[in-house]
Design a protein around this ligand. Structure first.
Ligand code: AMP
Length: 412
């Protein structure tokens, strides 16, 4: 019968339930392993940070900053649930003096983030990301490595139908000149722009390129591109990056208007989307942020990273999940035998077997049915004696102690 729960989850949040939790764990393990193969080290930071960390560094006018869950705590401190990880990682990097101890510092994370966005398919208010941040190298090889890592992760998760969009947004100087050029262009088209973009025209014209509003699309399509303003070094670096991607057989599309949502990016920016045209098709986004460490009070340190949405990757993944079958189903119906039963259970677990024990003490017949339902390989009936049965072959023997039981299991 259907029972309406007295409490419901908060809007925009989701439970991750079994058996999906198993898939999540496998995906997480794959990402942990790849990160470690590339010599990245895991970082974990608190779920809460000062609101200023994000407002001042991600940018006051960005969606991420505007959509934070925030509150004033009992000591009037302004707190935010973290909406993204780059600013917290940079904070931890500076606070812990990693720039001294680890000049080429490579970190990764898998964590939950919170944004008070309008909930819609593929857009949650609490979601999970896997991401990396590499500090201390300004060379274009670092950009290649970061993109190679993103591509390796997607390949390992059997996500194939993707497009890597790539751009170079230049130095802050180039960006300022581009901003002037864009402002001039958008001013000529003000009337046709959406209300949101008209507002951005004065606060942050580059962000108009990020607009998803329908009426902006044609104007954006014909907008000037930054490539023409790049210095010769920036152009050379970009070409080196692209030729390395060619050599690695990583397909890409140059996207001259890809600027990404946050204020702190410069140089290489990229986004990996699915080939489908559904609206939330971005799997992963990243880029260089060479000025953020210094802006946040650390020494001048080049950096680059990306973040990938776990929920979206899991939806797109064709990864085949391993079955979590029970090895030994323990059937025991009498209290007087349960101590013996727990001792066997303890030994089985210590020997890496997966066990299931029916604490409801159903009848042996019903336990047999249950064992089959749970795909158990063996049933161990414990009463006065102990009998182990191979469910598939029906082979069955009496065993007098754990060693005999183990011998039987190992020969099957
Ligand atoms: P961002 O930090 O906005 O660059 O996002 C990086 C990736 O995280 C995106 O490409 C998405 O895959 C995922 N993502 C961002 N926001 C959300 C959200 N609200 N719900 C689910 N996934 C998200």
């Amino acid at each position: 019968c259907f029972v309406k729960s007295k409490y419901q989850k908060i809007k925009g949040t989701f439970d991750i339930l079994p058996p999906d939790t198993l898939l999540w764990k496998e995906v997480e393990n794959i990402l942990h392993n790849i990160s470690q193969q590339f010599s990245y080290e895991e970082i974990r930071t608190p779920s809460v940070e000062s609101i200023h960390l994000f407002q001042q560094n991600v940018g006051y006018e960005t969606d991420v900053s505007k959509e934070m869950f925030t509150w004033k705590d009992q000591s009037k401190q302004q707190i935010a649930l973290k909406p993204e990880m780059t600013a917290p990682v940079v904070r931890a990097y500076i606070e812990n003096g990693f720039f001294r101890s680890n000049p080429l510092c490579r970190l990764y994370y898998i964590d939950s983030f919170f944004r008070r966005e309008k909930p819609q398919k593929g857009r949650q208010r609490q979601f999970n990301q896997f991401g990396i941040e590499a500090f201390g190298s300004a060379s274009i090889e670092q950009d290649v490595e970061v993109i190679l890592m993103a591509s390796t992760c997607l390949k390992a998760l059997s996500i194939s139908e993707t497009i890597l969009h790539i751009n170079n947004i230049g130095s802050p100087d180039t960006r300022t000149r581009y901003e002037q050029l864009l402002t001039k262009y958008f001013l000529q088209n003000t009337k046709a722009l959406s209300n949101l973009s008209q507002k951005r025209l004065h606060s942050n014209p580059i962000r108009i390129l990020d607009s998803k509003e329908k009426e902006d699309q044609l104007i954006i399509k014909n907008a000037p591109i930054i490539k023409e303003l790049l210095t010769s070094t920036e152009k050379t670096d970009f070409n080196i990056l692209l030729s390395n991607l060619d050599a690695l057989n990583i397909k890409y599309e140059e996207s001259p208007h890809l600027v990404r949502g946050l204020d702190y990016y410069n140089g290489t920016t990229f986004e990996i989307t699915t080939k489908s045209d559904k609206s939330q098709n971005a799997l992963c986004g990243g880029g260089r942020y060479d000025f953020l460490v210094e802006q946040m009070g650390g020494p001048s340190t080049p950096a680059i990273g990306f973040a990938a949405g776990m929920e979206r990757m899991i939806i797109e993944s064709n990864h085949e999940m391993q079955k979590n079958n029970v090895d030994v189903y323990i059937s025991c119906n009498e209290l007087k035998n349960s101590t013996k039963c727990f001792s066997i259970m303890q030994h089985l677990v210590e020997n890496d077997y997966k066990v299931f024990f029916d604490t409801n003490k159903k009848s042996v017949k019903n336990q047999m049915k249950d064992a089959i339902k749970r795909n158990a390989s063996f049933v161990l009936v414990i009463d006065k004696n102990m009998t182990i049965k191979n469910i598939k072959s029906n082979e069955k023997i009496a065993v007098s102690d754990f060693q005999q039981l183990l011998n039987f299991l190992r020969t099957q």
